[in-house]
Design a protein around this ligand. Structure first.
Ligand code: RB5
Length: 154
């Protein structure tokens, strides 16, 4: 895979462990370092625990990119987008994944393990990692909301 080879932090709940393992293997085979925060089994867990682990590390800048997976991807999206500087995109089609990079500079990709299959998931990951941000007027728009979480945290 060409393009962005920055390390990726990845996390999931029990509903997406199998897909998370496929994504992790794909990233490692592509030469990308992966920090896997779990879950590691299909025993029932609470998705916010893993969502917070990943999103907080992207918010702090320790990781430039994160990937989160749960059953629908909805819960992980809600958690991740609470964090300042985190722009999480729940994607199940290639156009949205690509546009989330070009126009929204998404830094967390969210996938629904009960929604999409592994072939589509890996293609989403590949294109999302490779697509650059266009900047310009899109950066100006991101600046209008990127720090809102910080106000809420005070
Ligand atoms: C777990 O059953 C499920 O609720 C979770 O994976 C996710 O879909 C939540 O949004």
């Amino acid at each position: 895979m060409e393009g962005n080879k920055a390390p990726v932090i990845i996390g999931c709940d029990h509903a997406a462990v199998v897909l998370k393992e496929s994504v992790k293997t794909f990233l490692e085979k592509s030469g990308i370092e992966v920090e896997d925060v779990g879950a590691h089994s299909t025993d029932s867990v609470d998705y916010p625990y893993f969502g917070i682990k990943v999103a907080s590390q992207v918010a702090s800048g320790r990781f430039k990119r994160g990937i989160l997976l749960c059953g629908t991807g909805l819960g992980m999206s809600m958690v991740a987008n609470r964090f300042s500087n985190v722009r999480a995109a729940l994607c199940s089609d290639i156009f949205s994944a690509v546009m989330s990079r070009r126009h929204n500079d998404s830094n967390v990709l969210i996938l629904g393990g009960r929604v999409i299959g592994d072939i589509l998931a890996l293609e989403l990951v590949k294109q999302w990692l490779e697509e650059p941000f266009e900047g310009g007027r899109h950066q100006m728009r991101l600046d209008k909301f990127d720090k809102l979480g910080e106000k809420a945290e005070k």
